[in-house]
Each structure stands twice: as C-alpha cells, then as structure tokens.
Design a protein around this ligand. Structure first.
Ligand code: SAM
Length: 322
C-alpha cells in the first residue's frame, strides 16, 4: 500500500488512474476506513465512484463493509478493488489494498490454543503485522524477550522462523511453551526455545550470540475504566519508561548489524483530550529509526486497531547501525 498525501479527491484520482488496468477486470469496489469520520468516509466513497465512472468503468458496484472496514474474507473471495483510508500527516492517506492474510486460521490460532490468556495476549493479527515490520525471513531467528503467552513466537513459528522467547514469569513461560507445542503437534524439530529470564539482561542470557530480529510488547498498563487525567497518564508512562529504556538497550546489544527491533509502546488518551506517549530513543545505543520508503513513518506509528479503550498501541521500528 502506498500512502497519498494530497487532498482526498486528488488522491483518489491518482489511485484510480494508477489502477485503471486492474479496475477494468474488477466487479466490486470498496473503501476501508480506519480512524476517519463517517463524513470523510462518505466523501471518499463518492470520490471513488466519480473517478471510476470518469475512467469509463461502469460495471463495478460498491460494497459497503460493516463498520467501514472490509473483512479479509471479502477481499479474498471477491474480485474487489479496495481503497484503504487512514489519517496521515494532517490529511488522509489512501492506498489500494494489495493483499490481506486469511484471517480465519489466524483467529483460530488466537482462540483455540491451550492458554489463550486474554489478560495479556495480543492477537495473532497484530503479531503478524509486527513480524512483517521486522523483515525477519524464513530460517532466521526472532527474539521476543517479553513473550507472555507466546503469540508473536507462534506467528513466527508457522512462517518457519526460529523462535527465542523469554519471560520473567515461569507461569507465562509454561503457557507459551504449551501454546507452541499445541501448534507444532508431534513435529520433532522444535524450532523454538522459551526460557525464564529478564529482558534487561539479554547479553548474559544469549551468551553474546545475536538474533536477526526482536519483536516484542513489553508491558500492558493497568486497565483504565475511564480516560485518566493527563497528569495520571504522564505518571503511568513515566513508571513504564525505565523498563522500556533498559530493555531497548539490552535488545540493541543482541541484534545483528542491520537487524530490526520492533517494540509496541502505549499511548494514553486523557480526559483533557491529549495523548501521552511512551517515547523511545535509540541513537545513543546504535539504533536508527527504520524508514521503509520515500514517504516515511512518523514514530511512534499508531496502530488503529486492537487498542484497549483508553490505551492505544503504537510501534517503533529501529534498525541496528552497528
Ligand atoms: C504484555 S505481556 C506480553 C504478551 C505477549 N505479547 C502475548 O501475546 O502473550 C508482557 C510480558 O512481559 C513479562 N515481563 C515483565 N517484565 C519483564 C522482564 N523484565 N523481563 C522479561 N519479561 C518481563 C510479563 O510477565 C508479561 O508476560
């Protein structure tokens, strides 16, 4: 997906022009909106229809996805041209949805595993997004030093990536091992190693060996029943910052040169309508922010899905300059 930063109608025109060949074969159109208002969504749908008609394509009809988000099953099962829309640098980012994973088996992996641990687990979908951002490839090794119930490791494992997990709680290590074992069945090659350990002491734990990628979500903040005051949110983020900072330094010591570190951080929405973000700094420890292309990410990148009500997830992607 490529982000477009012009006005929505200009952006839509460019998108449709660029996709004219594909569009002639499509029978259905849709817009998937993330974090945009209903008015903006409706305007984008009108712009899409206008541009498609202006391009002389008359046979395509519009799909209206539930909650303005197209489900992956719809993308996979129909010949659909879907435009994804999201807030971007004060405007709306637009891009064609090029591919979506099949979410059914992913959902099953999330709910049927022996220890789903809904109190700490992230969804397989989020784990997959984070692994994609890390660029880790088949046969390489990924480390999750705050592995909890092992969701990131499980998604890596099924893509033939070797998995190393740590957690400070032995009960979580046991849960993660059982979840991975359930996934691999009777296969002899385990391909994973999950141990009790402290994410702040990785060099010691790994005996100076290096990993190709680190993908992790260090802490969940206490569940908030309402938006906190900005001062309370600042205190909560401040309390979490030390462990994030220490763990990031520790990760920087075990990542191979050029390898990436993907870390989820919390963003709290406050009663004063402000955002308090946990920020990370990597320059002094040999890390730079990963930029995938000419448009660039603004860090931390907000994830518009799967946030608990007042705490959102955002993500940093660093790469090692060592
Ligand atoms: C948010 S959970 C991770 C959840 C995981 N992504 C999953 O899907 O299950 C964070 C985990 O970090 C562990 N943890 C907290 N402090 C740690 C430390 N210093 N070193 C290693 N693990 C730690 C907790 O026990 C918890 O299991």
């Amino acid at each position: 997906m490529e982000a477009v930063t012009d006005s929505p109608s200009d952006g839509m025109r460019k998108l449709v022009e660029g996709a004219a060949d594909v569009l002639h074969d499509k029978v259905a159109l849709s817009v998937s909106g993330y974090d945009i208002s209903q008015d903006e969504y409706d305007a984008l749908v009108r712009a899409l229809l206008d541009e498609v008609r202006a391009a002389g394509i008359n046979k395509a009809h519009l799909l209206r996805p539930d909650n303005n988000e197209l489900h992956s099953e719809q993308v996979q099962s129909r010949s659909v041209f879907d435009v994804v829309a999201f807030p971007y640098r004060g405007s709306t980012g637009l891009g064609p949805t090029a591919w979506v994973p099949n979410s059914l088996p992913m959902r099953k992996r999330g709910t049927l595993k022996p220890n789903p641990r809904s109190d700490i687990s992230m969804s397989p979908r989020l784990a997959r997004v984070l692994l994609n951002l890390s660029g880790v490839a088949r046969g390489e090794t990924v480390l999750d030093p705050f592995c909890g119930s092992g969701t990131i490791l499980a998604e890596a494992f099924i893509r033939s990536i070797r998995c190393l997990g740590l957690d400070s709680k032995s009960s979580h290590v046991r849960d993660a091992r059982e979840n991975l074992q359930w996934l691999i069945g009777s296969s002899v090659d385990k391909g994973y190693d999950i141990r009790v350990g402290d994410a702040r002491e990785l060099r010691k734990m790994l005996h100076r060996s290096k990993v190709d990628a680190v993908v992790t979500e260090p802490l969940l903040l206490p569940r908030l029943e309402a938006r906190p005051k900005t001062r309370t949110a600042t205190d909560l983020i401040g309390q979490a910052s030390d462990i994030y900072g220490d763990a990031l330094s520790s990760m920087a010591e075990v990542i191979r040169p050029g390898g990436r570190i993907v870390v989820v951080v919390p963003v709290i929405q406050t009663i004063e309508d402000e955002e308090v973000v946990l920020t990370l700094e990597g320059r002094k420890i040999g890390l730079r922010l990963f930029q995938p292309g000419p448009v660039g990410f603004q860090y931390p990148v907000r994830l518009s899905f799967e946030s608990t009500r007042w705490v959102r997830r955002a993500v940093y992607v660093f790469e090692s300059t060592a």
